[in-house]
Design a protein around this ligand. Structure first.
Ligand code: HEC
Ligand code: HEC
Ligand code: HEC
Ligand code: HEC
Ligand code: HEC
Length: 412
């Protein structure tokens, strides 16, 4: 059989079992206590998040807002998985996506709880994450232990506690947020499809000291379970970008001059707020940087927009989704600690106000066309406005263009 399209190392499971993601060894998916492979054992009855929420209600509410709770049901994912499975000669099998999107399905293939995606037990039955690449997952869902960062919590009737300090480390997230793959057309080290962890390790951790959790799971003082004593650093489980992170990743400004019959705009952006490149994650994510001229009636008369991201292509050089790609054609993302500029020239005369925007695009339009339906909308990151000086509003080149550019600060 050909290697799986995602080629997460192309390991084969024990005979009769589906191929495993790299780093997941046969013993890792065997039930550690019985030593039997999952398909020989009784399927497990998975525990829905609502059950955990009987005691951890606040955490459950937060998790329901998270992308993790939509990892299986999100329309983008459903459509892309359907394309991956029917698409090309490299058609993926369902379980190849499940490894991270519905990680417990291999223990309970028909259980409806899998629709909850990366649910509580999708993380808290992880007894270890293999080191060295970080993508190995060692689940113990058949056991009554819930692993977590607390080492002084007392066992009770519903579950025992598994003291696992590494839940506070980036290595934990690497279980799924790291997927090195050898793209056929590229010699040398594998390209990471989900590169958050490798970028954090190789590019960010030399300059910054924060783990993923510090930015993505901020701490507040509260009780962990109903009736327990408050603890100082209980972690928020929403993992939401729009409310707290999208406006913090980048900082920047625009410099505007009148030059050669046009408005000349130089947008400079620095990544000082993310522990990885912006954008990161799914290769189809894009950073949209643009300028528009708005007239007195509020209509946009001219708009120009640049896209930054990783463009993956197939053998013919056409933009392709990650599972059908053979190489990275270019990577114009803003890496941690780095500054990039985008230059725009706009014709004069069509507007009185200049608006500058930076947005997150969930999926590149070229890829979305293959998925069908209306694409998800862009999400605002930074924004700036400039009312053009009166002398610039005529249809012609300003006679006395200011020597110094006008600076516009960009903010959330
Ligand atoms: C068991 C696999 C798994 C683990 C472990 C995991 N994630 Fe995720 N994560 C996912 C999947 C799958 C998605 C995509 C969900 C979707 O379909 O949008 C995701 C999405 C995200 C997002 C995107 C949020 C958004 O609003 O778009 C962030 C941020 C994130 N994870 C952070 C983390 C951090 C930080 C950790 C470690 C504390 C972590 N994840 C651990 C699988 C995992
Ligand atoms: C994407 C993985 C992930 C998912 C899904 C997840 N958790 Fe967590 N959880 C973590 C991590 C990581 C920590 C520890 C963070 C730290 O301390 O740095 C944690 C901490 C906890 C703790 C210990 C108290 C605290 O906040 O430190 C409890 C209890 C907990 N989670 C319960 C839940 C429940 C209940 C759900 C489902 C409603 C859930 N978790 C879903 C990753 C996850
Ligand atoms: C009957 C109540 C109850 C239910 C139901 C419950 N828990 Fe807990 N859980 C607790 C209590 C109590 C603590 C300890 C709180 C403390 O010490 O502050 C705890 C602690 C935890 C911890 C921290 C463990 C550690 O060592 O860091 C995790 C993780 C956790 N629970 C996950 C879950 C998950 C996942 C579910 C659902 C499968 C669940 N819990 C269901 C009461 C419950
Ligand atoms: C210094 C703070 C910081 C650290 C450390 C950090 N992140 Fe982020 N992360 C951000 C910010 C800010 C964003 C929003 C900008 C963006 O989407 O690119 C983000 C976005 C993301 C996204 C969403 C990408 C997208 O556009 O869908 C994922 C997934 C993610 N981070 C995972 C991780 C993981 C995994 C780690 C650890 C290996 C980590 N982050 C470390 C700040 C951080
Ligand atoms: C190694 C783990 C892993 C595997 C295997 C995996 N994914 Fe993901 N996937 C992730 C993570 C982590 C994210 C979140 C990254 C981000 O937010 O940009 C994600 C996000 C996505 C998203 C964005 C979801 C949204 O709502 O915006 C899509 C679509 C997606 N994956 C499709 C797939 C398909 C299709 C497959 C199988 C061919 C697959 N993934 C296999 C880890 C994985």
């Amino acid at each position: 059989m050909a290697c799986f399209a995602l080629q997460l190392g192309c390991q084969r499971g024990p005979s009769g079992q589906p191929p495993l993601p790299a780093g997941v060894t046969a013993s890792a998916v065997s039930h550690p206590h019985t030593g039997t492979a999952p398909n020989e054992a009784e399927p497990l009855a998975l525990i829905p998040a609502a059950r955990c929420g009987e005691c951890h209600g606040q955490l459950e509410n937060e998790w329901r807002k998270s992308a993790h709770a939509q990892a299986e049901s999100s329309p983008s994912y459903q459509r892309m998985r359907a394309l991956a499975r029917t698409g090309s000669k490299s058609a993926a099998k369902a379980e190849e996506c499940d490894a991270c999107h519905a990680p417990l399905r291999r223990f309970a293939p028909t259980d409806r709880v899998n629709d909850e995606g990366v649910s509580c037990d999708g993380c808290h039955t992880l007894s270890n994450v293999a080191s060295g690449g970080g993508q190995g997952l060692l689940f113990r869902p058949d056991d009554n232990v819930r692993f977590g960062p607390l080492c002084d919590a007392q066992a009770h009737y519903f579950h025992r506690m598994g003291c696992a300090p590494w839940f506070r480390e980036s290595q934990f997230c690497a279980a799924c947020h790291d997927a090195p793959r050898h793209l056929p057309a590229v010699a040398g080290p594998p390209t990471s499809l989900f590169p958050e962890y490798s970028e954090w390790r190789d590019e960010y951790s030399a300059q910054g000291s924060q783990d993923c959790q510090a930015c993505h799971m901020p701490a507040t003082r509260r009780e962990v379970a109903v009736g327990s004593a408050e603890r100082a650093d209980v972690r928020e489980h929403t993992f939401r970008l729009p409310e707290r992170l999208l406006g913090r990743a980048l900082s920047g400004q625009a410099e505007v001059t009148a030059r050669g019959g046009a408005l000349h705009v130089v947008v400079t952006l620095s990544n000082g707020g993310a522990g990885h490149a912006v954008p990161t994650g799914l290769p189809e994510r894009r950073l949209q940087i643009g300028v528009e001229l708005v007239d007195a009636a509020g209509h946009v008369s001219v708009q120009k927009e640049h896209s930054r991201g990783r463009v993956l292509v197939d053998e013919s050089g056409a933009e392709a989704p990650f599972f059908a790609a053979v190489r990275v054609a270019h990577d114009s993302r803003i890496h941690p600690g780095k500054t990039e500029t985008d230059v725009f020239d706009l014709p004069f005369g069509s507007g009185s106000r200049l608006s500058i925007f930076v947005r997150r695009r969930p999926i590149a339009l070229g890829i979305w066309q293959k998925l069908g339906g209306a694409p998800p909308s862009d999400e605002p990151m930074l924004h700036g406005e400039l009312a053009l000086p009166a002398g610039w509003l005529s249809n012609s080149v300003p006679s006395k263009a200011p020597a110094e550019p006008i600076r516009v600060r960009l903010g959330p």
